[in-house]
Design a protein around this ligand. Structure first.
Ligand code: SAM
Length: 263
């Protein structure tokens, strides 16, 4: 999937919704950043999480957001123009090969990124390398096969849900984060399950944005007929009209600690 400027700006507007802000607050409770800490955001996108982190690590701390999409870094820098540059910086980099020395950070976050990585285990290994011993890593990812819409045509809905889930390299990644962290040498400290739920099918909601955003992918890559896609959208709109619309997805958030024998 290509993270272009329009995709990232849409994501940024979703990240400003009250539900997304509440979710970020919950993630901050898990990570518990403190003043003076050096924090890395792997796959920072438009930088929403970094901007939330920066005041929490000041004074004395720093936040670095990295992303392999140059459009993401451009947007993150633009939206963070007012931030103190001694605290918040961004760099173009790949999570599979982080341009930082070992033990450079006290904490790292990786939110909705692993599902897009060709080798998630390598990204976790890199995160472990750049974290000091005792450093925390917060990994957050939705479980794509839990993403559901209500509709009247169940078979059509199932076909669409499956095609949307299969865009991800691993549609079951969410439920697998905890064992992946353990396999990468982390100690799992806390695991939380967060559920997004929407009852409104309108611009600005995640379910609406996703349903429209996947159009080209479904038609070009999965071979869904345009008429079926249109029928599915109409089904969702009809549910919105009669009050039965529902969109939900389960996200797993895992906080793990990197422990190394440094003798
Ligand atoms: C769904 S967005 C999430 C952005 C941000 N973490 C957030 O939650 O708002 C996924 C981001 O991961 C980035 N990404 C995917 N694979 C990456 C990789 N191997 N290294 C760095 N960034 C990556 C994409 O460019 C994109 O900005």
């Amino acid at each position: 999937m290509e993270f272009t400027e329009p995709v990232l700006l849409e994501l940024e507007s979703q990240r400003r919704s009250p539900a997304a802000v509440a979710k970020r607050d919950r993630l901050m409770e898990l990570l518990r950043p403190t003043p003076g800490e050096r924090v890395l955001d792997i796959g920072c996108g438009s930088g929403a999480f970094c901007r939330e982190l920066a005041p929490r690590v000041a004074p004395g701390g720093s936040v670095v957001g990295i992303d392999y999409a140059s459009a993401a870094i451009d947007i993150a820098r633009r939206l963070s123009a007012c931030a103190d540059r001694s605290v918040l910086t961004f760099a173009e980099a790949d999570g599979h090969d982080l341009p930082f020395a070992a033990a450079s950070f006290d904490a790292a976050v990786c939110v909705s990124v692993l599902g897009f990585c060709r080798n998630p285990a390598q990204v976790l290994a890199e995160a472990r390398r750049v974290l000091r011993s005792g450093g925390r890593l917060l990994v957050v990812n939705s479980d794509e096969d839990t993403r559901i819409y209500n509709g009247r045509d169940r078979e059509l809905g199932r076909r669409m849900a499956r095609a949307i889930a299969d865009r991800s390299n691993d549609p079951w990644l969410g439920r697998r984060i905890a064992p992946m962290l353990t396999a990468a040498g982390f100690r799992l400290e806390q695991e939380a399950v967060l559920v997004d739920l929407e009852r409104e099918f309108a611009a600005g909601t995640s379910g609406y944005a996703l349903a429209h955003f996947v159009r080209d992918y479904l038609l070009q890559n999965v071979g869904i007929a345009e008429a079926d896609y249109a029928r599915w959208l109409a089904d969702l709109a009809a549910c919105a009209l009669d009050g039965s619309y529902c969109y939900s997805v389960v996200t797993y958030a895992c906080l793990a600690v990197s422990e190394r024998d440094e003798r």
